[in-house]
Design a protein around this ligand. Sequence first.
Ligand code: FEO
Length: 408
Amino acid sequence: MQKLISIDKDIYYIGSSDRTKSLFENTHPTPHGMAYNSYLILDKKTAVVDGVDKLVEDEYFENIKNCLDGKKLDYIIFQHAEPDHSASIITLLKKHKEAKLVCTTKAKQFFNQFFDYDIDDRCITVKKGDTLSLGSHELEFIMAPMVHWPEVMMSYEKKSGIFFSADAFGSFGALSGNIISTDCSFDVRDIDEIRRYYAGIVSKYGPQVQNVLKNISNYKITKIAPLHGCVINGKQHIELLIEKYDLWSRYISEDQQVAIIYSTIYGNTKALAVNISYLLANLGIKNIKLYDASNIDSSYLLAETFRCSHIVLLASTYNLKLLPSLEKYLNEIQAHCVKNKVFAIGENGTWAITAAKEIKSKLEIMKGNEILEEKITIKSAQKSCDDLSVENFAKAIYKSINEKKENK
Ligand code: FEO
């Protein structure tokens, strides 16, 4: 029997973590597992906030049973219909026939699309600003369409100051006993995974994230309770994440820094990337990151693209196009509406060198980015005759970084 985990007086964590599935949404790598969060409020009335993925529903139902300890469940707050949260809701409704489902009209529609179970008499649909009193606790509903699906709502509990934020402010990674950010290291590795989650799951709809930030700006928030990752606790952690979300959703780079992303077949384009990294380092650029696109999942590269101001793309020509790994990266940044970046492009090939043209045509479809005029082309491998153009390429990147720093 799992110990009850309280995140505030009479508010319990009833989620669980999975460490068996290697891909979230069958797409994003989860080398450190994944947490599926849900919460239960005990008052005169009782409410479960959201469900979990089927992977962890046994623990979820056990936690609910232990938490209720014989009390009846009055409400299921159904904030998001995606199956990593809704898969367990139908069983919860069947187990607790007295419970009402509280959701948006769109969530009710999605429920009916996913499940064959009549909820007409059990569903309370809510809209912006509606409230639900549980006794001393009261939930206010905040609409958050497209963060990350159209039916999403979030909830603010007035007594505790807990903001139940659905997918927003979530993270990849399982929880390991400590549920609350102030009980964890909450260091750069945690922020990296929160950023990767934002970039991969939430980032497509920056303006809608801005709306949420505006809508919650007057709430006194003591904790943010997302559907994945740890509960964000305390002023320092909350302000840090709201600041990050504000930057990411406005597509503003966190760091005036360079990520060099290369695709290489036999190592010659990698050698070019390494040379450029040393040239940039000699010019005084700090914290340069170098990535082989074929050996890191594109979700990490997308997250780095959100973080860094300058992205250097160096590509081998492959079948008159690009290596699939670099294609995938470019498709990802296009799908997630990346903006306000400076891209620098270099290419390699033995004959019919087309990589730079391919990259440029993909970047040009996206709006609001800059592509540096300086471009480098090497044939098969960098030779001494290429050194000057490679140096000039590095200098152009250095100049652009400094200009961006000055204009910041
Ligand atoms: Fe965690 Fe959009 O579902």
